[in-house]
Write a protein that binds this ligand. Structure first.
Ligand SMILES: NC(=O)c1ccc[n+]([C@@H]2O[C@H](COP(=O)([O-])OP(=O)(O)OC[C@H]3O[C@@H](n4cnc5c(N)ncnc54)[C@H](OP(=O)(O)O)[C@@H]3O)[C@@H](O)[C@H]2O)c1
Length: 234
């Protein structure tokens, strides 16, 4: 796909990986609508990006947004959706575990409500996370949700051809998702990535490059692309 003349909606597109994706798409000439609950988070954005407020869990609002921008060509789901439970499963508050699936429900809304408004050669990318296939103790909630996201994509991709649907799976990425600051932040990323083949946190731009790859390559669908510094082999 040549994105230069395309219209893109990036859900969760005002921070971290989504914002980097919005910027890379806009730099290539795409018309981008970046969506999240709080547009103030994005700061100054380059020309070509419009900011829209919407909660991905609000099906009425999301459906209306898709209708307003139809037809569009590129749909990216990068919203965290809500809170994420951490800790070992046996000790985990079951309501916290269930609440972590807000990300999956957001993605389900994006797919079900968005795809019918896309052009026939449209392309969709969702963002999972490395714990989906390599979980460490304490990551059961994000592992379960990420695994469900990847299974959802494999199941839905054959149903929506000729549109394409892929997942990009990041490892540890330095984004505003982590609230840690200063030395504590550096130490956290150092510990998380010490055993990776590339022992550092990735950048939002590096993950966005993976998202741009599956958007642009017309021969890729139903698959997961890892952007994780070799975490899978650690
Ligand atoms: N960073 C990592 O290390 C990492 C690793 C693996 C996977 N991931 C995944 O990558 C994706 C992007 O993460 P990130 O690191 O870029 O996080 P981020 O910087 O916190 O950005 C998340 C974005 O999602 C939006 N969002 C959250 N809930 C939303 C909702 N209910 N409705 C609409 N927008 C919502 C946020 O904006 P508002 O709060 O304003 O709505 C924000 O724009 C997520 O799915 C995350 O799970 C990240």
């Amino acid at each position: 796909m040549n994105v230069s003349v395309k219209k893109a909606l990036v859900i969760g597109g005002m921070s971290g990986i989504g914002l980097a994706t919005s910027k890379q798409l806009a730099a290539l000439g795409a018309t981008v609508v970046a969506v999240s609950r709080n547009p103030d988070r994005a700061g100054d954005v380059p020309k070509g990006i419009t900011l829209k407020s919407c909660d991905v869990l609000d099906r009425n609002a999301l459906g209306a947004l898709f209708k307003a921008y139809a037809p569009f060509d590129i749909l990216v789901g990068a919203a965290t959706g809500g809170t994420r439970a951490r800790g070992t499963f046996i000790d985990m508050d079951i309501e916290g575990y269930k609440a972590s699936f807000a990300k999956l429900w957001g993605y389900a809304n994006i797919l079900q409500l968005g795809v019918p408004h896309m052009s026939a050669d449209g392309t969709i990318v969702l963002v999972s996370g490395s714990p989906a296939r390599k979980s460490r103790p304490g990551q059961v909630a994000i592992a379960s949700v990420g695994g469900a996201v990847e299974a959802l994509v494999r199941a839905v991709a054959p149903e929506i051809v000729p549109r394409r649907l892929n997942v990009v799976s990041p490892g540890s990425i330095d984004t505003p998702m982590s609230s840690l600051t200063g030395a504590e932040r550096e130490e956290s990323y150092r510990k998380q990535t010490a055993k990776n083949l590339i022992p550092r946190a990735g950048t939002a731009d590096e993950v966005a490059q993976g998202i741009l790859f599956v958007i642009q390559n017309d021969f890729v669908t139903g698959t997961t692309v890892d952007v994780d510094g070799g975490l899978m082999l650690s």
